[in-house]
Design a protein around this ligand. Sequence first.
Ligand code: FES
Length: 142
Amino acid sequence: MSGLPAARRTVLKGAALAGAAGLGAAACSTDSKLGHAKTPTPTAPVELGSPDEVPVGGAKLYREQRVVVSCPAKGRYKAFSAQCTHAGCVLDKVEGNEGNCPCHGSRFDVTTGEALHGPATVPLPSVPVKVEGGRLVAGPDA
Ligand code: FES
């Protein structure tokens, strides 16, 4: 019956290992008020109104529908997503045939979708478009 404190060393060793764990990763939020959306193009056909609103040789931005439509020649239309390929903001205006992203200044050729000025480098995705019953319709199956 000596009464020696033999267990004391073992307890101190365990405490040194406890600090190594517990670093958590913060999730990155993509939620924003800038018009971000889960899909960059309409998932169902959207009616855009009269085709006459798109000037021949020019383009019109449909910001709410996230589509930009250009008219290279009378009766011919091309449409692209209006959601910037950099971080997902919706273009805010079209000047000439250049679409402007208000978030970081990217510019796109709205007749081809090509990124003209960064930080975006990926072109705007094209969207099917047609005239149906005297109205412009863009989106899948259009
Ligand atoms: S989201 Fe358009 S330039 Fe960054």
